[in-house]
Design a protein around this ligand. Structure first.
Ligand code: GRF
Length: 192
């Protein structure tokens, strides 16, 4: 089998997309190996799950760094490099990255966003799609560039918005397709 790309996943909470990536990477022909999970929040539920599944996981708490975002990111960057990470996958990482970090990983960092970009960058994507009367919602995997949720689109998946949907119901429907799309998109990215 060809060499697997070494992937680091950044989370802030639940980590269900990270779990989907780790599960997918258990397949013998998957072109990536999740070698490190990092969280900016020590209480992130995904950290314990990662460790229980044999993936090194570390919290690098942003709080002690105060407003020095760059210093926090230097610590993230050092941990990623120490682990030999080649590709960074953001999976519910809830801090906006500085241009320094984005540049350091340019072309090697991807994100999953719960909307059909370029529609609804930022937060509250599902509520905004419902309020707009959209017939479809979905998720996007994209390359990370300086503008938040603005990088080139790598893959998208759609779900219908049904009468009576509220934000939570729609979020759950989208999340289900996120868990399929992200492993597929990461695999394609790593094979390219
Ligand atoms: C997902 O909806 C993802 O698209 C967005 O944040 C959420 C993270 O969920 N970026 P999880 O932590 O992966 O469960």
């Amino acid at each position: 089998m060809s060499v697997r790309r070494r992937v680091g996943v950044l989370i802030s909470g639940r980590g269900s997309n990270m779990m989907a990536l780790v599960e997918a990477a258990k397949a013998p022909d998957y072109p990536a190996k999740i070698v490190l999970v990092l969280s900016n929040k020590p209480e992130a539920a995904g950290l314990a799950w990662a460790r229980a599944n044999g993936v090194p996981a570390q919290a690098i708490d942003a709080k002690p760094f105060g407003p020095d975002r760059r210093a926090h990111e230097r610590a993230l960057d050092a941990a990623l490099r120490e682990a030999g990470v080649e590709v960074v996958a953001l999976a519910g990482y809830m801090r906006v990255l500085t241009p320094w970090f984005v540049d350091a990983w340019a072309g090697r960092m991807i994100n999953i966003h719960p909307s059909l970009l370029p529609l609804y960058p930022g937060l509250h994507t599902h509520a905004r799609a419902i309020a707009a009367g959209d017939a479809e919602a979905g998720c996007t995997v994209h390359l990370v560039t300086q503008g938040v949720d603005e990088g080139p689109v790598l893959a998208q998946a759609c779900v219908p918005i049904l009468a009576g949907d509220d934000e939570d119901v729609l979020a759950a429907r989208v999340l289900e397709v996120e868990h399929k799309l992200y492993p597929e998109a990461l695999a394609e990215f790593c094979r390219a």
